[in-house]
Write a protein that binds this ligand. Structure first.
Ligand SMILES: Cc1cc2nc3c(=O)[nH]c(=O)nc-3n(C[C@H](O)[C@H](O)[C@H](O)COP(=O)(O)OP(=O)(O)OC[C@H]3O[C@@H](n4cnc5c(N)ncnc54)[C@H](O)[C@@H]3O)c2cc1C
Length: 401
């Protein structure tokens, strides 16, 4: 259910001010400490940011996809690590549960995810399994004698590069349960961190997005009760792919926000900085870079908003039981195109920003080189650009154009 226009405008206004006045002044500190200050996390919880996408009946804000991407664009105007701290609760860490959870599972976990009381992570990638994510090797072996009576799975394997693993209380884990090849043999599980045999590796040193940590998650013969399986056996890969389809739109929106921030920074800097007796903004080769960045950011914004609105129309048609709208049965292709275009776009915008700033663009104090490093990740996680290209081509060929 969409919020009424006045409530939504108030939310956008609050987030915009929070980003500008509270978060932006902390960017250098987050970079230096590689952590989000606890008081900021508490404020983000109080604003409802951990529950943006979770239904109101579970304590979330229940935003539509269009509303969520508009909020994500605002959040993109600061260092992406702030968004990442609740990004898994809003997206990949919670949406498997939202899409495929039983009423009991939802009642048990969603209210605490929405409030930020617990942190969730999504555990698909492994040391030998990245883009070919249907090939997961982590095993969940059925053991009728384990658990509290109804049986359990014994989970063993290692997950790699898991965002927020160091803080997570609950993992959505994709593991192999059968002999069926590829994704058909994969099931999804809700695995609380406090089960015996779960351990977390040392957070990795990364190129950028300091303050957002990733680490290995190791499962050593963890007894996972059957009640913790998400959806039917063998459906875990499908659930993971649906979660990622949705997550891609959110990430695309963040890319648009960062690009808009960088363009505003470039305009301010180019208007102040003088060379050859006038502001560099008056040199037409600088204007060309600003024009290219603005055009690409506008195109990405339009694609993200249109795809989010199309997704909402599909979801509403599904709830009403009416036919899918004319634009098609799903937005898998459009979401992949948005992620591909927006993440590549923000890379180009950040590169031009370094160029417009000249030497200052390369110096840490100006913050541009930091965003340049931060945005590099958007072309890699939740499916690399190459994987988006494969999805776009596959879906386009399937649709016949
Ligand atoms: C900071 C960070 C956070 C992350 N967070 C999470 C998380 O929370 N949960 C999670 O499960 N994972 C997470 N990941 C993992 C991320 O999703 C993977 O790194 C990504 O999907 C790519 O997998 P890979 O690193 O194994 O690269 P690989 O799959 O080994 O790819 C290497 C290169 O080969 C290319 N390639 C692979 N297959 C093909 C093909 N068929 N055609 C053409 N090119 C191909 C890729 O595009 C890439 O350029 C995170 C990663 C990072 C760095």
């Amino acid at each position: 259910m969409a919020l009424d226009a006045e409530t939504f405008d108030a939310l956008i206004d609050t987030v915009r001010r929070f980003v500008a006045e509270r978060l932006r002044p902390l960017e250098a500190e987050v970079e230096a400490q590689d952590a989000i200050p606890d008081d900021v996390t508490a404020e983000m919880k109080a604003m409802g940011l951990f529950g943006l996408s979770i239904a109101e009946e579970y304590g979330g804000l229940g935003l539509t996809m269009l509303e969520e991407v508009k909020v994500a664009i605002e959040l993109g105007r600061t260092t992406p690590a702030f968004r990442s701290s609740f990004g898994t609760n809003v997206g990949i860490g919670s949406q498997g549960l939202v899409m495929a959870g039983s009423p009991e599972q939802k009642a048990e976990w969603l209210p605490r995810i929405a409030s930020g009381e617990i942190i969730t992570s999504f555990a698909l990638t492994e040391p030998d399994v990245g883009s070919d994510s249907g090939a997961v090797k982590t095993k969940a072996v059925w053991d009728p004698g384990s658990g509290s009576g109804a049986g359990a799975y014994r989970l063993s394997g290692t997950k790699r590069f898991i965002t927020n693993a160091d803080k997570a209380d609950l993992f959505t884990v994709m593991a192999r349960t059968g002999d069926a090849p590829g994704g058909r043999g994969v099931s999804a599980f809700l695995v609380p961190r406090d089960l015996a045999g779960v351990s977390i590796g040392v957070p990795e040193k990364k190129m950028g997005q300091k303050g957002a940590r990733v680490a290995d998650v190791i499962f050593d013969d963890v007894v996972v009760p059957v009640e913790n399986r998400l959806g039917a056996e063998g459906k875990g890969f499908k659930i993971a792919m649906r979660v990622l389809d949705r997550g891609r739109l959110h990430i695309s929106a963040v890319c648009v926000g960062v690009a808009e921030r960088l363009i505003a920074d470039c305009v301010a800097y180019a208007s102040e900085r003088k060379q050859f007796g006038k502001p560099i903004a008056e040199h037409q080769l600088i204007q060309a870079m600003i024009a290219d960045s603005k055009t690409e950011a506008l195109a990405a914004r339009a694609l993200v908003l249109e795809t989010a609105a199309a997704k909402d129309a599909l979801d509403q048609a599904a709830v009403r039981g009416t036919d899918a709208p004319a634009h098609g049965k799903d937005v898998v292709m459009e979401s992949a195109a948005a992620k591909y275009f927006a993440s590549e776009m923000v890379g180009r915008v950040a590169d031009r920003a370094v160029q417009i700033y000249g030497g200052a663009g390369y110096i840490a104090d100006y913050g541009i080189e930091r965003l340049y490093r931060d945005v590099r990740l958007f072309r890699i996680y939740e499916g690399t650009s190459q994987i988006q290209q494969l999805i776009i081509a596959r879906e386009t060929l399937k649709r016949g154009g």
